[in-house]
Design a protein around this ligand. Sequence first.
Ligand code: ADP
Ligand code: MG
Length: 145
Amino acid sequence: MKTVITHSAEETFAVAEQLGRTLKPGAFVLLRGDLGAGKTVFVRGLAAGLGADPEAVTSPTFVLIQHYKGPIPLVHADLYRLESSAAVNDLGLEELGNGGVVAVEWAERMSRPPDDSITVKIEDAGGDTRRITIEKGVGRVFSEI
Ligand code: ADP
Ligand code: MG
């Protein structure tokens, strides 16, 4: 487990970019954190680390899943608007990773994230300060639900 404190969106982007460079196709990144924590900023950094265009990464109002091309493709899901875990299961996220990296915002809505996922928790520590915890696995962070 690794905890990093960042003081700007750019710093969070850089932390994510570094992580993105280490990811292999099939990796799942589960993002947790309140609205405005910086999950989408983090996904932009992941995209950059994977060699995709970070500017393409947005948080649209109704689209749940977006695909970005790159040397390692990135699938970006935002489950905020999905209330039931049945609806989340219907998305078939587990199968989306074929050949690419999957990053999921509001991943706590997934009932069964892959065991070897990487969990990223972003907490607002006041102002532009964020505490980012990155850990391998889903056990501990998901244990409360
Ligand atoms: P989320 O996807 O978690 O709802 P976003 O990534 O869309 O959040 O937005 C995060 C907002 O917080 C952006 O406006 C960003 O500029 C701002 N911000 C301020 N400080 C930070 C930081 N240290 N890390 C990430 N974002 C930050
Ligand atoms: Mg977002």
